[in-house]
Design a protein around this ligand. Structure first.
Ligand SMILES: Cc1cc2nc3c(=O)[nH]c(=O)nc-3n(C[C@H](O)[C@H](O)[C@H](O)COP(=O)(O)O)c2cc1C
Length: 166
């Protein structure tokens, strides 16, 4: 799958809306992810309202790039699940799927981690989220400003691979 190799974090976007069918496909790809006990902890808050995206850009010191993004997807995790220790792994797989499908659609994206504390509280408060979900990540999505934004960089390091013994 070539998209795995060419996906890059894209932080500058054209002022062009993402078509609804592309949004639909990136969300479908996200929901195809594997999850522990198939618990599928994900929900998505899709934000295409300019004022809301601009406000969301303040959730962390590394999220200002949202000011130039036409779309933000807030990946939410459901709380109170049985296999909750695996939820971060499930959510990571889901966000990666979304980003790889974005490449397939000719789009660019970047993952912004939420973590706990202030960032989580900011998003909870901004969208008046119920206690049944927590924000996991915010993904900016759009048409890249640079033509070659998604491109291959080789990260293979042989010394990180251990066969049969460490
Ligand atoms: C959990 C996580 C949190 C990240 N948070 C941010 C962020 O807040 N702002 C940002 O611009 N990039 C963020 N990134 C993107 C990384 O900086 C990026 O993936 C890394 O530099 C590798 O570059 P690449 O995605 O182009 O391969 C995050 C990535 C991950 C996986």
């Amino acid at each position: 799958m070539n998209n795995i190799f060419t996906r890059r974090s894209v932080r500058k976007f054209l002022p062009r809306a993402v078509e609804p069918e592309k949004i639909d496909r990136i969300l479908r790809a996200a929901m195809q992810a594997p999850s522990a006990t198939n618990q599928q902890p994900w929900e998505f808050l899709v934000v295409d309202d300019r004022q809301l995206i601009d406000r969301l850009s303040q959730f962390s010191q590394y999220s200002k790039l949202l000011l130039g993004a036409p779309l933000a997807v807030v990946a939410l995790e459901r709380t109170g699940l049985r296999a909750r220790t695996f939820v971060p792994q499930d959510m990571g797989a889901c966000v990666e799927n979304l980003m790889l499908q974005a490449v397939e659609e000719g789009l660019g994206s970047v993952w912004m981690g939420v973590g706990g504390g202030e960032r989580r509280r900011f998003i909870n408060d901004m969208f008046s989220l119920p206690r049944t979900v927590e924000p996991f990540a915010v993904i900016a999505v759009g048409y890249p400003e640079e033509e070659n934004a998604n491109h291959f960089t080789d990260r293979y390091e042989e010394e990180r691979v251990h066969f049969n013994k460490y």
